[in-house]
Design a protein around this ligand. Structure first.
Ligand code: FES
Ligand SMILES: [Fe+2]
Length: 346
């Protein structure tokens, strides 16, 4: 824990790594999430692999190529990635398949996993990886959202948005369980009352009716939140112009998160999502809300026991649900974190 604002570890789950379209066959590039330097690459058969970045031989980073790969990642050969320093080749499970200039493979290398690898799933035009602090196997799958199919006849990509924010992934997610802030931070006209908040295993959903101010007057809208673990969440906005947002937040380290918004809307007659007008306004409004929340998140602290009132909505329920993603975060551990947090904060 390198910051004194969050007495929290990082949650286990599926998290956004990259957009599918940003990684072609044979491409690789560096990635840093959960404080780990990684390399992501797409093999000849089209599979995506994520490995720890530093070669076990002499420590070169596999995500920075040489020669014609300068500015890109290491060279991908078939189902393997080649270390740029001395040409050792690793498969997607982190096993070294070849040391091209050695007569015998070192026994510590032969048939051994010598680079950590992360489980990957590619769904909804996004590459996801499974984070677990002890590298344990995935406990469930990424949920497929039919509207996000790249060739969907009705739905197409509207807008993508990226921002890096100095906060913790749980605190951002808590926003959806905090109806009162909508009025004060985002200027919505009333305090929306959440309906049908469902907490079930690693899934959660809630519906927020909301009044949306538009140039044509106030329109009754509806916002439906869905979570599949801490890293996969999507929101459906209905009312003005149906919009589906994949809202992906991935911890970079203990200080920062990467936010990737992926908006989908219905295609117009041309087959493309119409540009401008209400379509664009809706996405811009959601991005604006993120920007409005940002100064709060970047400077606030996380209280384990906040002073809540009866209008605060399902915050306590949300936290209880979220705590399942902290592997081995027992009450003693939590007390220890809080002690350290209070010491560092004073
Ligand atoms: S450092 Fe990777 S092959 Fe030598
Ligand atoms: Fe917000």
């Amino acid at each position: 824990m390198s910051n004194n604002r969050y007495p929290l570890p990082q949650p286990k789950g599926w998290f956004f790594a990259a957009y599918s379209e940003d990684l072609e066959v044979g491409q690789s590039r560096p990635l840093t999430y959960f404080g780990e330097d990684m390399v992501i690459f797409r093999t000849e058969s089209g599979e995506v692999k994520i490995l720890e970045a530093y070669c076990p031989h002499m420590g070169a980073h596999l995500g920075y190529g040489i020669h014609e790969h300068v500015g890109k990642g290491g060279e991908v050969q078939g189902e393997t990635i080649v270390c740029p320093f001395h040409g050792w080749r690793f498969n997607g499970e982190g096993v070294c398949e070849e040391v091209p200039y050695a007569k015998n493979m070192p026994p510590k290398v032969k048939d051994q996993q010598c680079l950590k690898s992360w489980p990957v799933q590619e769904k909804n035009q996004i590459i996801w990886f499974w984070y677990h602090p002890d590298s344990a196997a995935p406990e469930y799958d990424v949920i497929e959202i039919p509207e996000t199919a790249a060739d969907h006849p009705e739905w197409g990509t509207a807008v993508k948005y990226h921002q890096r924010i100095r906060t913790h992934v749980q605190d951002m997610a808590e926003n959806g369980a905090d109806p009162a802030h909508f009025q004060y931070v985002h200027g919505t006209m009333d305090v929306p009352v959440p309906e049908d908040a469902v907490f079930e295993g690693h899934r959660r959903s809630a519906v927020l009716p909301s009044k949306m101010p538009t140039p044509r007057g106030v329109i009754d809208g509806c916002i439906e939140f869905q979570n599949n673990g801490p890293g996969q969440s999507w929101v459906k906005f209905t009312g003005i112009c149906d919009t589906l947002q994949q809202a992906c937040v991935t911890p970079i380290d203990d200080e920062y998160v990467d936010v990737n918004f992926f908006f989908l809307q219905k295609r117009g007659e041309s087959g493309e999502v119409p540009k401008g007008g209400v379509n664009e306004a809706i996405c811009q409004n959601i991005i604006q809300q993120l920007r409005e929340d940002t100064p709060i998140w970047e400077h606030k602290k996380y209280w384990n026991s906040p002073l809540l009132c009866d209008g605060d909505g399902p915050i306590s329920k949300f936290r209880k649900w979220y705590s399942q993603f902290y592997e081995g975060f027992t009450e003693e551990k939590q007390a220890e974190y809080t002690q350290r947090f209070l010491r560092e904060a004073s």
